[in-house]
Write a protein that binds this ligand. Structure first.
Ligand code: NAP
Ligand code: ZN
Ligand code: ZN
Length: 347
């Protein structure tokens, strides 16, 4: 076992604190990663605050992990010492069910093994990336292209794949009108990806405060959801809406923005239900869907797409001791556009 420094939540209400955790000895197919940066996803906050259900404390979160391979097990063939690698929201799956065999490990019928709060194969609870090292099965370790700086790559492992996957699945591309609701960690990546895929992109944010950024990321249009005129002006417009909001939204108003056959996909995961009146779906034969992260092969495809198109996350790098303050800023939608922890500050 390796004892490593980490920052953990000790309850749903107390600030995160410095601590140490144990990482398992390397198995034959395991990779030991020296973590360089870890992104702060809103899911980390929902989780440690118990908003998605009770968890066991202490708990280390963080599932936007990048670093360098420090050691490999005897049977590891996919990664070598020194490689730049990343780990996202899952560290294992059954590999045998229909969904795993289809490369959709995130939808493993046995439940994928989350990077944190999941029961690992040794019976322990998985601990995430706010720590100096992590041990992960080689099949769940991604290659991070050389051209993407580590800190700007970290958020791609969750915010990136979570928005890339539904945009690809619902064919965002030339001739398609895509709206992105909420321009935070996920939302700013959705704008960049949808624009790079060739779609016409509109940003729907609470205010116009981030308009210049939204247009710079590839948005062609930008509207405030706090202004009721937005929902009149854009009625029956979009083929695809990606909702990244961490709180409930007015579903009838947003569904009304879909044109014939359009789909609203929620990747935002508020603890409360998103109530839908079926008549909002009857008009224009609309669909309401959800989407969870992406498979391992698709995550690699997304990283390679980023390298090819010169895409990366906009980040604000912080030290480990600034995590609690960063959480408060995320909750105030005061993030441009992802906080990333410099893990060297934990060593
Ligand atoms: P984030 O950085 O906090 O961004 C969320 C954005 O939503 C904010 O920047 C804000 O955008 C908008 N927003 C926040 N509160 C709002 C409210 N009350 N009403 C309207 N808009 C509001 O969070 P994130 O890390 O991108 O995560 C977003 C959500 O996705 C979270 O619920 C997270 O758990 C979930 N998630 C899901 C998956 C998945 O696999 N499906 C993966 C990762 C994360 P504006 O300032 O532009 O209005
Ligand atoms: Zn996440
Ligand atoms: Zn499976």
């Amino acid at each position: 076992m390796l004892t490593v420094n980490a920052i953990a939540a000790t309850s749903a209400t107390d600030p995160l604190v410095r601590t140490t955790i144990e990482r398992r000895d390397l198995g034959p197919r395991d990779v030991l990663i020296e973590i360089r940066y870890a992104g702060i996803c809103h899911s980390d906050i929902h989780t440690v605050r118990g908003e998605w259900g009770e968890i066991a404390y202490p708990q280390v979160v963080g599932h936007e992990i990048v670093g360098r391979v420090a050691e490999v097990g005897g049977e590891v063939s996919k990664h070598a010492v020194g490689d730049r690698v990343g780990v996202g929201c899952m560290v294992n799956s059954c590999r045998e069910c229909e969904n795993c065999r289809a490369g959709q490990e995130q939808y493993c019928l046995e439940g994928n093994t989350g990077t944190y709060t999941a029961v690992d194969r040794d019976g322990t609870i998985t601990q995430g990336g706010y720590s100096t090292h992590i041990v992960v099965d080689q099949d769940f370790v991604l290659r991070v292209p050389e051209s993407i700086p580590y800190e700007k790559a970290a958020p791609l492992l969750c915010a990136g794949i979570t928005t890339y996957s539904p945009l690809a699945h619902w064919n965002a591309g030339p001739g398609k009108k895509v709206a992105v609701v909420g321009m935070g960690g996920l939302g700013h990546m959705a704008v960049k990806f949808a624009a790079a895929m060739g779609a016409e992109v509109t940003v729907l944010s609470q205010t116009l405060g981030k308009k210049d950024d939204g247009l710079a990321f590839g948005g062609g249009d930008y509207h405030a959801t706090s202004d009721p005129a937005t929902f009149e002006a854009l009625k029956n417009t979009f083929d695809l809406i990606i909702n990244t909001v961490s709180a409930p939204i007015d579903m009838a108003a947003h569904l009304g923005l879909l044109r014939l056959g359009g789909t609203l996909v929620s990747v935002g995961a508020p603890p409360e239900p998103l109530p839908v009146q079926v008549f909002s779906l009857f008009d224009n034969r609309r669909s309401f869907a959800g989407s969870s992260i992406g498979g391992i092969a698709e995550t690699q495809e997304m990283l390679d797409f980023c390298a090819e198109h010169g895409i990366a996350s906009e980040v604000e790098v912080i030290d480990a001791d600034a995590v609690n303050e960063a959480y408060e800023r995320v909750l105030r939608s005061d993030v441009r556009y992802r906080f990333v922890i410099d893990i060297d500050s934990l060593r």
